[in-house]
Design a protein around this ligand. Structure first.
Ligand SMILES: Cc1cc2nc3c(=O)[nH]c(=O)nc-3n(C[C@H](O)[C@H](O)[C@H](O)COP(=O)(O)OP(=O)(O)OC[C@H]3O[C@@H](n4cnc5c(N)ncnc54)[C@H](O)[C@@H]3O)c2cc1C
Length: 298
């Protein structure tokens, strides 16, 4: 992390709430289910699929996780009622992973059952490295019972190639991303080019191994590499999708769907936006840097 990024990270908690709101606004659909439904409608009208998440992570009370499950059930019902093209994605630390792994697994199972009733899909996000083993453990257990669950792998982690080989054995539904958490060099590639190289290798491995892949990136170079790979493998557009975050890369999105690929926009919402944004910006000030660059066109 550069000194400038460290400075940004340290000063984030001092930034007044309205300014954090301004930084977070382009990425977040709002606080309520109604606001989120309106945003998804708009995303769908532009020709993109959506994936929605309720903001929250690292909860300390079981009741917070129970509340999250209930809110996700409401979201799934609203998606079905409004006939929206959106699935959901969840964080296991929001559903109680750090309180009790079995409680968390039951919460995810409950959501998979509800999503199944609506013919919908749930993806389990990947969080920081202390949670990786438990996240895969829960995913693999549920993937045996349900066909509407997916997971995420992070190209920055050195372990990911072996995780991907396990995932291809069951032809899992996998989102591939670079990884947003700052991890130590012993377990992670820190160099941008190394992460890109890892991403390309993992994408090939996942696609040739028969996985459905969510290609999550705003990196134009990686998007071009992905075009090249799916073209060379002669893959049908139903075997993969591109994924981007709400509020990022509008032009790149148009390029992607203009070439006939499918694209999903991830759109988080919820009242916890402030705590979540501050924690996220502190953990990875590179995001704050992107926003400042976009605002002032550095
Ligand atoms: C749909 C989706 C789901 C994700 N899920 C996970 C997950 O489960 N676990 C996890 O660890 N990470 C997740 N990520 C985050 C991901 O790991 C990266 O941190 C993030 O996507 C930035 O990497 P990049 O590939 O876009 O490349 P970068 O090189 O970081 O970014 C390329 C360009 O995109 C723009 N950009 C990228 N991110 C932002 C941003 N937040 N705000 C403004 N501009 C930006 C910048 O202009 C930048 O130059 C997800 C990302 C996406 C798109």
């Amino acid at each position: 992390m550069s000194l400038f990024d460290k400075f940004i990270g340290a000063t984030i908690p001092l930034v007044p709430k309205p300014i954090v709101r301004r930084i977070a606004a382009p990425y977040i659909a709002g606080e309520t289910v109604n606001e989120q439904v309106a945003t998804i409608k708009d995303i769908n009208a532009q020709g993109f699929m959506a994936a929605t998440a309720i903001l929250g992570e690292f909860v300390t009370q079981r009741s917070e996780s129970e509340e999250a499950v209930q809110q996700y059930e409401e979201v799934l019902a609203a998606i079905a009622e409004q006939d929206l093209d959106s699935n959901i994605h969840i964080k296991l630390t929001h559903l109680g992973l750090q309180l009790d792994k079995e409680f968390c697994c039951e919460n995810v199972q409950r959501l998979l059952e509800v999503a199944g009733k609506y013919d919908n899909f749930v993806r389990i996000d990947m969080e920081d490295s202390p949670t990786t083993d438990d996240t895969f453990d829960i995913f693999f257990r549920l993937n045996e019972k349900f066909d509407n669950v997916g997971c995420v792998v992070q190209a920055c982690l050195r372990r990911t190639l072996s995780d991907v080989r396990r995932l291809t054995e069951t032809q899992a539904n996998v989102r591939l991303c670079k990884g947003i958490y700052i991890e130590p060099r012993e377990i992670a590639y820190l160099d941008r080019e190394e992460v890109r190289t890892s991403y390309v290798a993992l994408l090939e491995e996942l696609l040739t191994g028969g996985c459905y892949v969510g290609i999550a990136t705003h990196d134009e170079w990686l998007v071009s590499e992905a075009f090249r790979i799916v073209d060379r493998l002669g893959l049908d557009a139903w075997r993969y999708e591109f994924q981007m975050l709400h509020g990022v890369g509008a032009e790149l999105r148009r390029v992607i769907i203009g070439k006939g690929h499918r694209l999903r926009v991830a759109v988080p919402f919820g009242p916890m936006w402030y705590a979540y944004s501050v924690r996220r910006l502190r953990k990875n000030p590179r995001i704050a840097r992107y926003v400042l660059q976009a605002m002032f066109r550095w």
